[in-house]
Write a protein that binds this ligand. Structure first.
Ligand code: NDP
Ligand code: X2W
Length: 344
């Protein structure tokens, strides 16, 4: 059994980890932390977990985390890097759902996250937690930076084109992305009140969003050429779900191939990427609470439109992190993640 700790068990990604790991037959939950709810039974706070999780929240205690094989940090940016050195020294593997280990350049991290990076020496060994690209490195990883939610949709939406190379104009890529409100975390702030976010639809981060450098860094690694990306996130009045529409211009070489076939071939053996049949359109409900990401490929002359949906809390965060853990511990990546989307 894999002994698992979760730091930040009361947040939306933390409780999603609990939901998934409670049904994972190779996992033994060892410690679930919350500073505010120290001593409160997990099942008292989240009755959906009654009969599945019998631990209480505890304050983040090094001794308890040291006894784990792997610790998930479902915490704000900056928390994992404060504890990473000591946990790794104790032989504990780390999956950080925040951004501490996503970007390789500390200056870029500090610019976007407004804090100094306190363990830059660990960045070179950190593996970016997108199994569809990095599963071989994940098998040996001690430290993983799980991708942001928007970056997962944009990268998996563009991967087949960029891997091949020469198929699209890499200087004009547009990502028009929409997220449900749970993407902002479980906190009381004015923009996320029902009366503000409900019956409303707005763009934000148009001047710049911290996922932009993460996406560009990873796309450039895939493509091996400079990328220019226009990225505009939006908040939509739903609780969970993400819909990213990607617009690219095909080169002559790109127009000469069957792009749908390219996507279908690239993802044929990926358990969590579903390329829809030609003409079918995705919706967020088709992936709600599941780890599946669905892509539709639509060609209009020289323009290719990729429509990508995922659940921001599952494939966009906690489900992806469990998939990563499975890859790290040599389990089938689908272990504990076979749930079908919840309807309605
Ligand atoms: N929501 C989403 O869709 C996605 C979120 N992420 C990232 O995942 C991480 C968690 O997000 P989310 O679940 O939404 O966040 P929440 O705000 O919902 O929860 C944060 C959790 O962290 C704990 N926490 C806060 N500060 C500290 C601290 N200094 N030390 C230890 N624990 C702390 C909180 O509990 P307490 O204060 O009681 O200790 C709480 O359990 C974030 O970095 C977020 O950016 C990534 C992808 C998608
Ligand atoms: C709707 C909403 O507010 N979404 C969050 C992104 C959540 C996420 O993936 O972000 P991290 O990089 O913080 O892990 C945002 O735009 O800030």
């Amino acid at each position: 059994m894999i002994k698992v700790g979760i730091v930040g068990g009361t947040g939306y990604t933390g409780v999603e980890l609990l939901r998934l790991l409670a049904g994972h037959h190779q996992v033994q939950l060892q410690a679930i932390t919350s500073r505010k709810e120290d001593g409160v039974a997990v099942a008292d706070m989240f009755p959906s977990l009654r009969g599945h999780v019998d631990l209480a929240f505890s304050s983040p205690d090094k001794a308890a985390l040291d006894r784990c094989d792997v610790v998930f940090f479902a915490t704000p940016h900056g928390v994992a890097m404060a504890q990473a050195r000591e946990l790794l020294a104790a032989g504990v593997r780390i999956i950080d759902l925040a951004a501490d280990f996503r970007l390789q350049d500390t200056a870029v991290f500090e610019q976007w996250y407004g804090m100094p990076h306190t363990c830059p020496e660990l960045l070179s060994e950190a593996v970016y937690g997108l199994p569809e690209i990095h599963r071989h490195a994940l098998a040996k990883a001690r430290l993983v930076g799980n991708p942001g939610c928007y970056p997962t949709t944009v990268q998996l939406g563009l991967l087949p084109l960029l891997e091949k190379g020469g198929l699209i104009d890499t200087q004009h890529i547009i990502a028009d992305c929409k997220s449900g409100v749970s993407g902002a975390g479980r906190k009381a702030e004015l923009p996320y009140l029902l009366t503000e976010a409900g019956d409303n639809f707005k763009a934000y981060g148009v001047k710049g969003h911290r996922h932009h450098p993460e996406i560009v860094e990873q796309l450039q690694k895939i493509a091996g050429v400079p990328i220019h990306l226009t990225f505009v996130p939006h908040l939509v009045p739903m609780i969970r779900g993400m819909f990213s529409t990607l617009y690219v211009t095909l080169t002559d070489a790109g127009q000469a191939i069957d792009c749908h076939a390219l996507y279908a071939d690239r993802y044929a053996n990926e358990p969590f990427v579903d390329v829809l049949p030609k003409g079918m359109l995705p919706d967020t409900r088709s992936v709600r609470a599941s780890n599946m990401l669905r892509i539709a490929v639509h060609q209009q002359g020289q323009q290719l439109i990729l429509l990508v949906v995922q659940d921001n809390l599952t494939k966009g965060a906690a489900g992806q992190a469990v998939q990563v853990m499975n890859a790290m511990f040599g389990l089938p990546e689908t272990t504990g993640l076979t749930g079908i989307a919840v309807l309605p």
